[in-house]
Design a binder for this molecule. Structure first.
Ligand code: SF4
Length: 191
């Protein structure tokens, strides 16, 4: 069984896939406890893999994209089974992870890693994109943990102007490596 916080249909507001409609499956719980965390990943219900697949269809119909987020979606042992079941139901699967737990993922699963206090090297190597949260400073110490070809997005916490300014300055200083990612869903008032 899987522990879940919520399932909802929206658009991806951040990173490479900004603007893409997606069903979000927020798995409950996290293996870290970051002081700045503002995500509500509390356990609200428990469901089987098949039930989650049904709920995804109920939320988003045939929407091709499902994003597994958290909390930490790879902290639950049934997440690989959920990925397989969603793919069997015709979905593309993206995962948003803190990159601490080494889980083998199918090659066609898109992995976004947002490192916090530690990072597993295998997940750093596997990441398709990186999201670094800029909150009073640019966490540049993570940049070299990722392969040079992996896109790195600087995401200003809360879209706050001071954080945006820091991110823009850093991206302009390393244009070959860094880009800006705003939380566009917050501009339009959706989750
Ligand atoms: S890893 Fe992410 S979800 Fe988990 S506590 Fe830290 S900020 Fe929150």
């Amino acid at each position: 069984m899987l522990g879940l916080a919520e399932i909802f249909y929206s658009v991806q507001g951040e990173g490479t896939w900004t603007g893409t409609p997606a069903v979000f499956v927020r798995l409950a719980g996290c293996n870290l406890a970051c002081a700045f965390c503002d995500t509500d990943y509390a356990l609200r219900f428990i469901a089987s893999v098949d039930d989650v697949v049904r709920r995804v269809r109920a939320a988003g119909g045939d929407c091709p994209l499902v994003i597994l987020t958290g909390g930490e979606p790879l902290a639950q042992t049934e997440t690989p089974g959920l990925i397989a079941a969603l793919q069997a139901d015709g979905r593309r699967v993206h995962i948003e992870s803190n990159g601490t737990i080494d889980v083998e993922l199918p090659a066609d699963v898109w992995l976004t890693v947002s490192p916090k206090e530690r990072l597993h090297p295998a997940m750093a190597a596997r990441a398709d994109e990186v999201k670094l949260i800029v909150d009073g400073r640019v966490p540049a110490e993570w940049i070299d943990a990722f392969p040079a070809a992996t896109p790195i997005a600087l995401q200003p916490e809360g879209n706050k102007p001071a954080n945006v300014a820091l991110a823009v300055t850093a991206a302009k200083e390393r244009p070959e490596r860094l880009r800006l990612s705003l939380q566009t869903h917050k501009f339009i008032g959706v989750r």
